[in-house]
Design a protein around this ligand. Structure first.
Ligand code: ASP
Ligand code: MG
Length: 424
């Protein structure tokens, strides 16, 4: 007997037939004797519709958001998950399974006060655990909790993943299964490289890099939580026949296991290639090279909520002037330029140069820590294809390369093959 948390995303619960299919996946685990909690998203498209409705309302001045009262935004957008939780509970009951839906506040899942992007602080799971012990399936509405102001708070887009992992940690589940419309995590985007392979296992840290670099399988926050609490998390497909052989395998279900690196015996040097589109590069030329200059540049950008990514500063030639280059999402570039012009006096730079339409391609693998030459092979392979590199940053387990957007697909395929990811 195990305790399992199963999470189903929007496409998996998109209509009543699919909800019925989800119920069959749940029934399989219940019939095997496991204790089960299920976390659901809203039906696909529902949250977008709700958000659009909020945005269609007149602006409210004085509310704690420039456009609308974020607490009311949460009250509205949290409703999608309530519907699917109730519908799935009914579908399970119709199959003779004891099931009950739970809204975030009923558990309660306690969050902080950051409405629209709240963080989970604590889950009071004792009643849910007690009932699961009696064989009742808990069907929990994802994406939401209860703020300190006693109001519904949502966890940010894609937040049901985080709900699921947090619940798995709180009830000490043996496993958290994230059912989605893909059957696992791939070495790269299969739409770009058809030879991409599904990974059996990936380490939390690698998944964190893959998720934050645009491999949109899981909300980044959910991977952070899984890493901190060591929740063994499977990414698997809800579209496979719930009763196909192996689907109920407790130790080795089909899909990708995200786990502690110690669980990965055959560590590859490189695990995957990720990319992030729509990057813009900004360079400040001839910046005064003195203490406080970086703070003067990046402080105002942070205050304007501009997410700065790669940062490259040159060592100055004569100790008086240097160049500073960094990237921001393309959509934030104009705003960033305005902020920087406003800070020109304080920073003391000569000119700003900028470019949009760039792509960041990243090579990821914890095996890199102990292998030399990983970066050199990437640079050689890109050079052989005539791809120019605009900026490079590295961490222990990642090499990120900024290139012209036109070469994104070629670069991804080139790097994928140079590390043999298409062969194993
Ligand atoms: N329904 C929410 C969203 O679309 C949460 C989720 O699906 O994870 O962002
Ligand atoms: Mg999602």
């Amino acid at each position: 007997m195990a305790r399992i948390v199963m999470k189903f995303g929007g496409t998996s619960v998109a209509d009543l037939d699919r909800i019925h299919n989800v119920a069959r996946h749940v029934k399989r685990e219940v019939d095997a004797g496991h204790e089960v909690a299920v976390v659901v998203s809203a039906m696909s498209g529902k949250t977008n519709e709700l958000v659009a409705w909020v945005q269609g309302m007149p602006k409210v001045t004085g509310a704690n958001s420039p456009f609308y009262d974020a607490r009311e935004y949460d009250a509205i957008v949290a409703s999608g998950e309530l519907v699917t939780a109730g519908l799935l509970a009914i579908a399970l009951q119709s199959m003779g399974i004891d099931a009950r839906s739970w809204q975030g506040w009923q558990i309660p899942i306690k969050t902080d006060n950051a409405h629209g992007a709240a963080r989970i602080l604590d889950i009071e799971g004792s009643e849910m655990i007690r009932r699961m012990g009696e064989g009742q399936v808990a069907v929990v509405a994802g994406f939401q909790g209860l703020g300190p102001d006693n109001r519904v708070a949502t966890l940010g887009r894609g937040g049901s993943d985080t709900s699921a992992v947090a619940i798995a940690a709180a009830v000490k589940a043996d496993r958290c299964d994230i059912y989605t419309d893909v059957d696992g995590v791939y070495t790269t985007d299969p739409r770009i490289e058809p030879k991409a392979r599904r990974l059996k296992k990936i380490a939390f840290e690698e998944m964190l890099e893959m998720a934050s670099l645009g491999a949109k399988v899981l909300q980044v926050r959910s991977v952070e939580l899984a890493m901190v609490h060591k929740v063994r998390t499977f990414v698997r497909s809800s579209f496979e026949d719930p009763d196909a052989p192996g689907m109920g395998d407790l130790l080795n279900p089909p899909g990708t296991l995200i786990c502690d690196e110690e669980e990965i015996v055959e560590q590859e040097v490189v695990t995957g290639i990720a990319y992030a589109k729509d990057e813009a590069q900004i360079s400040l030329r001839r910046v005064a090279d003195r203490p406080g200059v970086s703070a003067a540049i990046f402080g105002p950008l942070a205050e304007s909520h501009i997410n700065v990514d790669m940062i490259v500063q040159n060592i100055s030639e004569d100790g008086s002037k240097t160049d500073m280059t960094f990237t921001v999402p393309s959509g934030d570039m104009e705003k960033a330029l305005r902020v920087l012009e406003g800070a020109k006096e304080q920073v003391g730079f000569d000119v700003i140069q900028h470019e949009t339409g760039l792509v960041k391609v990243s090579v990821i693998g914890i095996g890199m820590r102990s292998h030399a030459g990983v970066a050199a092979s990437a640079f050689r392979a890109l050079a052989d294809k005539g791809i120019n590199i605009k900026a490079i940053t590295t961490s222990e387990i990642k090499i990120s390369i900024l290139i012209d957007g036109a070469y994104a697909e070629l670069a991804v395929r080139t790097l994928h093959s140079v590390y043999g990811l298409d062969k194993k």
